[in-house]
Write a protein that binds this ligand. Structure first.
Ligand code: ANZ
Length: 944
């Protein structure tokens, strides 16, 4: 019987559905294993061969774990809210819900063809009200919580209110936007609105004034990665920095726990390092400086308190509130001009750009250690959102301060007299021993740092600062609170209405609050987000339902929030929902959660290192504080799959003509390279007719050929529609089958590595599966399987494979497993092995990789249950032992013949046997050998 993959794959995909093979329920008798892929955003372009790479890798692992007896949860769903569907809606009027469903259906069709073991019963879609019910619910919980620094956990906001009533802010250690001080009586005297405003300062989900990237033309806030060179990535519209009132999540409160948690999880060191840097813990001090001839005082943050004697100027971030206060009338015009220029730059650009710019404010600050007056400058290398937005500049010991001082001719004063100060020497100075204050710098204070190392000097200065009330020791984190509002349509609505300008949560029992219909997906004429177009978007607090806007009376009916939530809202706790996806009473049932706990293996791209993987850890820690999630860390082990890049092809058009010149002749002309669809190129040779038919403008194309062919150029690039290098998995499945696609994707190289797709190698993998098939069926359709005992060699080949593949899967080294399968099948083929005892086990080991063909052959062996429920074989070291060794016998260094010896044969015995062998007579020519060298397990050399 022929290997008919089309029939086999269709048959088994149908059977799996009918037999509910991949449906899983909690089973206390088995140990759980939770495998999860980062769920896809269903884009209009469908899947290309790069997308399933991670899914295949995790599917192999899921199937392997199941074969080992685990109860495996392997769910899949869709991150279904997002910009592309909305942009498409703006352009075409097509409702994003329709586009999204169409795209999801297409994804599903493509995924189904690849034979994944997903439990589709548990599918979730983030845009489904049943699902975002719990996103909204979590948001409400965050609104109603604050973070207690002493207990290091989220607590109900009611506890904070009680504390305010009894003791005010006295002795309070809680996370906040701004430190406030008031007494119980002051609290009680405040109006409801004032109290609500104060509470905003503490809520974990809060409305806050923050700097955002505002794109007036698009009418929305953009994320940092959506802004390039000061303009929007889409459309190229100008983006400015603007202070806006936005929903924020107090992720920063969890900074220390996010850092500590990294020690408890099995992620790559590089990813942990990225997160550590992103969280950016920094131990330092806040020190107060007075403004000369004024009552003003301001605080700076420094990690190098020891450099107080080297301060020669101060710098404020342009956004700092102090700027207005310290700017003197004489400097006003210059300062205004500078602020205007710098407003256009995003924070990211400011960090990346090392060019120097700034302006003098006209005022001076007093160094509390020396009494000296130093000028206060304004420059955008100081960031508003970090530390206090103000610094003391020590140009002799900090490279950015140095560049600034050089540029504006400011004093550079090394702490150690005479020490070399140049841009290159900053690192070297880390090791210096202090000598400060320098004799030529008058000290106000009695602190001497002479002879101390930097570390000691920092500690001594901090102690001094504390004792003299000049500031305090402070730990800063680079991690910012997450901005949680988007001026978009296609996202989760906030379950929030506004009363007297303050937000209130709709009743928890009224959730979900469903996304309303709008006539247009654009911002309104008055600049409100798209939900401003909704005519039925008001909350009736009596009847607890959405009503027409006309009914708004601000007594019992109030306007609803017009912003929607960002992309990461729906993906932050989705792993919990898969455990119990249809529960309409809770995000997840406690007992079910107790069973599945957290994700054992999470597979996805590194691009989420500082986005999703920080937000979801934060979100989960919050749910953990609430007693909802059982584990503090959501993803125990993480594997990042590499990208599959495309291999693009080019044709070369001669300038101002419609003539295309072949690759190796192109240098003789002035040409423009043009991407050409890889599907009309084969082994870099262009199908000229297909090219002419490809696009109308090429209909009349002419070619300058070499050796009668048009050879295309090529390059490895991102796989993308715009580069015409997309390879569609459907096409591969159609031509070779899903099992070949799965194995080939794994064969391309290590899962974690990025690599170009190259269809050329796929034949080899396909031939391997055919050869495997031919161990069962002869060319003449004879079923070969026999119930005979296996030989030692057959057992050895099989057990070598089991050992290798078991080890490889644990290491995610699937490419080497595929090679091992090829070797084993070749060996068995050469041994003409058709023993059931051997092949049955081979099927089980191959099943995670090529599930369809293995199910088919498993059934032919007489099994009536799925191969998924077989038992992973253990390898037996006994079979792997070499019992005889093949020695090469040489005479005067020339190999002449071979002899077999027992693996444990002694050298003496080998020597005797060699010399006694008849064949040796010929080469020794009757002489007595001078020496016989036996290299154990390899070679014998007879020296004559
Ligand atoms: C004086 C000094 C002397 C500093 C010296 C460094 C070296 P990390 O480790 O990242 O926390 N700084 C403080 N706030 C800043 C802001 N908002 N924007 C830009 N720079 C800021 O770095 C802390 C150091 O970065 C602080 O210590 C401050 O410069 C600067 F030899 O103070 B340092």
């Amino acid at each position: 019987m022929e290997y008919n993959f089309r029939e086999i794959e269709k048959k088994w995909q149908k059977q799996w559905v009918e037999n509910k093979t991949y449906q899983v329920t909690e089973d206390e008798s088995k140990q759980k294993f939770y495998v999860l892929n980062m769920f896809p955003y269903p884009s209009g372009a469908g899947l290309h061969v790069g997308h399933p790479l991670g899914y295949i890798a995790s599917d192999i692992y899921a199937r392997y774990k199941r074969l080992q007896g685990f109860n495996v949860l392997n769910p899949m769903g869709y991150d279904a809210y997002g910009l592309p569907a909305e942009q498409y809606a703006i352009q075409t009027g097509q409702h994003p819900a329709i586009t999204t469903v169409n795209n999801i259906n297409r994804y599903r069709e493509q995924l189904d063809k690849i034979g994944f073991s997903f439990d589709w019963n548990r599918e979730i879609r983030t845009c489904d009200p049943e699902y975002y019910h719990w996103t909204q619910w979590a948001f409400q919980k965050m609104f109603n919580s604050y973070y207690c620094n002493d207990e290091q956990q989220a607590r109900p906001i009611g506890e904070l209110i009680s504390a305010f009533k009894t003791t005010g802010t006295e002795g309070m250690n809680v996370a906040c936007s701004e430190e406030l001080n008031f007494t119980a009586n002051e609290w009680k005297a405040k109006s409801e609105k004032e109290q609500q405003e104060i509470l905003m300062n503490y809520r974990i989900a809060y409305l806050g004034e923050t700097m955002v990237n505002w794109c007036p033309a698009l009418g929305t806030v953009l994320a940092n990665d959506e802004v390039v060179d000061g303009v929007s990535e889409r459309g190229g519209y100008p983006v400015v920095q603007k202070k806006m009132r936005q929903w924020c999540l107090r992720v920063s409160a969890y900074a220390q726990r996010l850092l500590d948690g990294l020690d408890k999880i099995d992620w790559t060191e590089s990813l942990k390092e990225t997160q550590k840097n992103w969280i950016g813990r920094s131990e330092g001090a806040e020190i107060q400086f007075k403004v000369k001839d004024s009552d003003l005082e301001f605080t700076i943050f420094t990690t190098r308190a020891d450099t107080m004697f080297g301060v020669t100027f101060m710098v404020l971030a342009p956004e700092s509130e102090l700027v207005v206060q310290v700017t003197t009338p004489g400097q006003q015009a210059e300062v205004d001009a500078y602020l205007d220029r710098t407003k256009k730059r995003t924070e990211r650009e400011r960090i990346a750009d090392r060019s120097v710019s700034g302006v003098f404010s006209g005022s001076y600050a007093i160094n509390p250690f020396t009494g000296e007056a130093v000028p206060i400058w304004i420059s955008d290398y100081v960031l508003a959102g970090y530390g206090t937005g103000a610094i003391m500049a020590v140009p002799a010991h900090d490279s950015r301060d140095y560049a600034f001082a050089k540029h504006f001719g400011l004093e550079i004063r090394p702490l150690v007299e005479g020490c070399d100060v140049s841009e290159e020497s900053f690192d070297a100075k880390e090791g210096i021993v202090c000598n400060s204050p320098r004799p030529d710098v008058t000290a106000y204070c009695d602190l001497s740092l002479n002879g101390l190392t930097i570390k000691e000097a920092i500690a001594a200065t901090k102690k001094y600062v504390k004792e003299h009330n000049l500031g305090r020791v402070k730990v800063n984190f680079r991690l910012r609170d997450a901005i949680f509002s988007r001026q978009r349509y296609w996202g989760e609505p906030f379950p929030v209405y506004y009363k007297d300008g303050m937000p209130y949560m709709i009743d928890e029992n009224s959730l979900p609050l469903e996304l309303p219909e709008v006539a247009k997906f654009l911002p309104t004429e008055t600049g409100e987000p798209p939900l401003g177009h909704a005519t039925k978007w008001a909350w009736d607090t009596v009847n607890k339902c959405v009503v027409d806007n006309e009914k708004i009376d601000n007594m019992t009916v109030f306007p609803l929030e017009l912003n929607t939530m960002p992309g990461f809202a729906g993906s932050s706790a989705y792993y919990l929902r898969y455990m119990d996806p249809r529960n309409n009473k809770a995000l997840v049932d406690r007992e079910i959660d107790q069973y599945w706990r957290n994700v054992d293996l999470y597979v996805g791209g590194t691009e989420h290192a500082t986005g999703h993987l920080i937000y979801s850890r934060f979100w989960n820690k919050f749910l953990y504080d609430l007693g909802i999630s059982v584990m503090e860390e959501p993803f125990q082990k993480l594997v990042n799959q590499g990208m599959i890049q495309g291999r693009s092809n080019f044709v070369y058009r001669i300038k101002d003509t419609n003539t295309f010149v072949s690759l190796n002749l192109k240098d003789q002309y002035e040409v423009t390279p043009i991407h050409v669809d890889v599907n009309i190129v084969s082994n870099d040779i262009l199908d000229q007719e297909a090219f002419k038919a490809w696009r109308p403008e090429y209909e009349t194309a002419e070619f300058i050929l070499e050796d009668g062919k048009y050879i295309c150029g090529w390059a490895v690039e991102k796989m993308s529609k715009s580069m015409f290098n997309v390879v569609n998995p459907d096409m591969i499945v159609e031509k070779y089958g899903a099992d070949t696609l799965r194995m080939y994707e794994m064969f391309l190289g290590p899962v974690e590595q990025s690599k170009p797709w190259d269809t050329n190698g796929i034949d080899g993998v396909h031939r391997f599966i055919r050869k495997f098939w031919s161990l069962f069926y002869s060319r003449t359709d004879e079923y070969l399987i026999k119930d005979e005992p296996a030989t030692k060699e057959e057992l050895k080949s099989l057990h070598k494979l089991i050992k290798k593949v078991t080890g490889d899967i644990e290491q995610f080294s699937y490419n080497t497993s595929v090679s091992a399968f090829m070797i084993c099948v070749n060996e068995l083929f050469n041994l003409k092995c058709s023993k059931k005892e051997i092949l049955e086990q081979l099927i089980i080991v191959l099943a995670p990789f090529a599930p369809h063909v293995c199910e088919e052959l498993w059934a032919t062996l007489g099994h009536t249950t799925s191969v998924c429920d077989a038992q992973w074989p253990a390898y037996n070291e006994e079979y792997l032992k070499e019992d005889t060794i093949n020695y090469t016998i040489s005479f005067n260094g020339k190999a002449r013949f071979n002899m077999e010896f027992a693996a444990d044969a002694a050298s003496d015995a080998i020597q005797t046997a060699v010399l006694a062998d008849e064949r040796s007579q010929k080469w020794t020519e009757g002489k007595t050998p001078k020496k016989v060298i036996v290299v154990p397990k390899k070679i014998v050399n007879v020296v004559i």
